[in-house]
Ligand binder design. Structure first.
Ligand code: IVH
Length: 679
């Protein structure tokens, strides 16, 4: 039957019939996707699905004018992204404060009750999935933008990658608001995570420490085809903002409504009337967490009524109407087989525990850092010991303690080597420092670690160059310092073992793509001692290009909050070194971006204009109105002053309108306000 349809369709010559057929297939496939990925209840077999998909692909190949962005064929972006642009979040993505015990959860509840003058409230309890937050914007029923949380106000534009997540609808069912944003957690189920790491282990690629890192790494792929291969999933947990349609009054009903539009909502959510019920929910799931198909690091308790939520408001970035209660970390015992030394990029000797592989909370652990010699001594860890290891969600696994009762007498005490295990140079422990260091500034281990750091996910994120390839390039003498990556040629890469045309072009493509990485990543990737990714962000916010940063004085650097004399000295010393100047020059010559990207002013027509809203509006909720102003670059204040650009007066405006008239501030009625917003 499907074949017949296919044959009949390709012989049609009427463009509008083709168009209709394409629209029909698109709708069918989107609907099957929904049943398969969101409802987990497929309605057709995989091969029938493949047939429909094939037919659609063939028609679209022949009639590319009919391809639309919501077509299921467009989930896998065809071309690699140059780099991620910045998305300004019209309404910031908040974070959550934590309760570490039931008492703290009770205190949170009590405080909320007090703030609401004793008014009781329902709560929605949800699992806290361990992935990463994203915001998805839909216009006229189609996904237009998907962004990471970033710093809450500005995230990365990862739309093309999010399009590959099957449980994210590209087009919506039901009656959706014309413009709105939903938020949720993208995560990698444990099954997919373990398969991914197994495959990476086989290819000698570094393993992801946990599903959250793997999800984040997958979403930040420069090539959406790579993301498409990772079985990412999503649960939507909030409406960010919406326009043009009134929304339900509670969180629970909002989620129910979003479900009708085709979004995947966690089936584990529960409505609780009392805080005791919420405590029970937490302890139930703490017990069940091992059997969940994904990693959850706690539960989130949210006030159900949206009106009470807005009365409770937020303190800084943490809402008072929600709280996270983390689960206790998970532990396991295993054997400490060996303690190896890893020489870091600044020459530090870091002891690493080599463990008998063990599963902790669904994740296999085989290494754990032991920090320094004192840590090993303090814990009295001996090689051969049975040890307790612990993972707590996003935290790197830790060796907590030995189990002395299990000692057989053959365990050996660890000793820090006196010579660098890589170059043989003398090892010292500078006065007052916890770390031992190799004294040879040109120790190959340091040079190699600098290169590995440069390409790593948190730095330039050069996906096509794994750690093993960095080692091979370094050993072959093809890359001696970070700038050499940008001068690699196909024929050089082909001389390396296991490198064929495809892997070479992957590597070169991702090197090229990395030229557009943000300046903050580049500054972090340089490996300046004491400059981590957060400091790099701060530096770039002050000095918006590399030259300005390189010429900054120690005084100018210290003026930045949280940059102290030690960091400032390290930065100026780095840029003073001729070798480093040469490296930066070569990066520049190769076209590596040295400027901080700025958002387009044209997208912010209300920039620097403050609005005050008073009275009720008919077509827009207060939150929606605020979100819209913010999305256009404006801000909203609760009081009128001479700096107010406009006072917007709805039905029954309060004294703010009078004050505006007194101060001569322009006022807008609802209609005028909406016209201004749609300019
Ligand atoms: S609500 C104000 N609900 O936890 C509300 N967050 O620390 C903020 N998360 O960035 C988010 N599961 O990535 C919410 N059911 C859930 C969640 C959840 C995971 C993450 C989210 C957020 C972080 C907050």
């Amino acid at each position: 039957m499907k074949n017949l349809l296919f044959v009949r369709c390709v012989v049609m010559d009427n463009a509008s019939q083709i168009h209709n057929r394409i629209a029909y297939l698109r709708e069918q496939l989107n609907s099957h996707n929904y049943h398969y990925y969101v409802l987990d209840s497929p309605q057709i077999s995989d091969s029938e699905y493949d047939m429909l998909m094939r037919e659609l692909k063939e028609l679209e190949d022949e009639y590319p004018q009919f391809i639309s962005p919501d077509s299921p064929t467009q989930r896998v972006g065809a071309t690699p992204l140059e780099a991620f642009g910045v998305v300004e979040h019209p309404v910031p993505l908040l974070s959550l404060s934590n309760a570490f015990s039931n008492d703290e959860l009770m205190s949170w509840h009590k405080r909320a009750l007090n703030l609401l003058d004793g008014q009781t409230f329902d709560m929605v309890c949800e699992l806290k999935m361990d992935g990463l937050a994203v915001a998805l914007t839909y216009i006229d029923g189609a996904l237009v933008t998907g962004a990471t949380r970033g710093d809450g106000s500005r995230g990365e534009n990862v739309t093309e990658n999010l399009r590959t997540v099957r449980s994210i609808p590209l087009s919506l069912r039901g009656d959706a608001p014309p413009r709105f944003e939903v938020r949720g957690e993208v995560f990698l189920p444990l099954d997919g995570f373990n398969r991914l790491n197994d495959a990476r282990a086989k290819e000698g690629q570094p393993l992801f420490a946990n599903p959250r890192n793997a999800a984040a790494g997958s979403l930040r792929q420069l090539d959406p085809r790579m993301t498409a291969q990772r079985p990412l999933d999503i649960y939507i947990y909030a409406l960010g903002w919406s326009e043009g349609k009134s929304m339900p009054p509670t969180h629970q009903e909002t989620l129910e409504y979003l479900k009708t539009l085709g979004f995947k909502i966690s089936p584990y959510n529960a409505l609780c009337q009392t805080i005791e019920d919420a405590i029970q929910y937490r302890s139930d799931f703490e017990e069940k967490r091992e059997s969940l198909p994904f990693e959850a690091d706690g539960v989130v308790v949210k006030v159900n009524s949206l009106e009470l939520q807005s009365r409770l408001g937020s303190v800084a970035r943490d809402p008072r109407w929600a709280i996270a209660c983390k689960f206790a970390p998970v532990q396991a015992t295993t054997q400490l087989k060996q303690i190896e030394i890893n020489v870091g990029r600044t020459g530090t000797l870091n002891p690493v525990a080599i463990l008998e592989p063990v599963k902790v909370g669904g994740v296999t652990i085989q290494h754990a850092t032991l920090h320094n010699e004192d840590y090993v001594k303090l814990k009295d860890l001996r090689i051969g010991d049975t040890v307790i290891v612990q993972r707590a969600g996003d935290v790197i696994p830790k060796v907590i303690a030995p189990v002395p009762g299990k000692r057989a007498g053959k365990e050996t005490v660890f000793k820090m080597p006196t010579r660098c295990p890589v170059c043989g140079a003398e090892v010292i422990r500078p006065e007052g420092e916890a770390l031992h260091r190799c004294t040879n500034a040109s120790c190959p281990a340091q040079a190699l670690e600098k290169l590995k750091h440069f390409v790593s996910r948190g730095a330039m994120d050069i996906e096509g160059i794994g750690q093993k390839l960095v080692e091979a390039l370094f050993e072959a003498g093809l890359v001696k310092n970070i700038s050499d990556f940008y001068y690699l040629r196909t024929e050089q890469l082909l001389t390396l073992e296991k490198m064929a045309n495809k892997s070479v072009s992957n590597a070169l493509d991702s090197i090229t793509a990395s030229k557009e990485q943000t300046l903050a990543r580049l500054v972090f990737a340089l490996g300046i001692p004491h400059v981590g990714s957060e400091t790099a962000e701060l530096l770039v916010n002050t000095f918006s290009n590399m030259d300005r940063l390189a010429n900054a004085t120690e005084e100018e650097l210290i003026a930045i909050p949280s940059v102290g004399p030690k960091i400032a000295e390290s930065i100026t010393a780095f840029f003073r070194q001729r070798e480093n100047q040469e490296i930066i020059h070569r990066l520049k010559e190769a076209g590596v971006s040295m400027e901080q990207a700025v958002s387009q002013p044209s997208e912010r027509p209300l920039a620097e204009q403050t609005f005050v809203l008073t009275g009720k509006m008919e077509s827009l909720s207060r939150l929606d109105a605020e979100a819209r102003v913010k999305s256009l670059g404006g801000s909203v204040s609760s009081s009128v002053s001479k700096n107010t650009a406009y006072v917007v007066a709805g039905i029954d405006p309060g004294s703010k309108l009078e004050k505006a008239n007194k101060l001569g501030i322009p006022t807008l009625n609802e209609q005028e306000f909406i016209e201004l917003l749609t300019l």
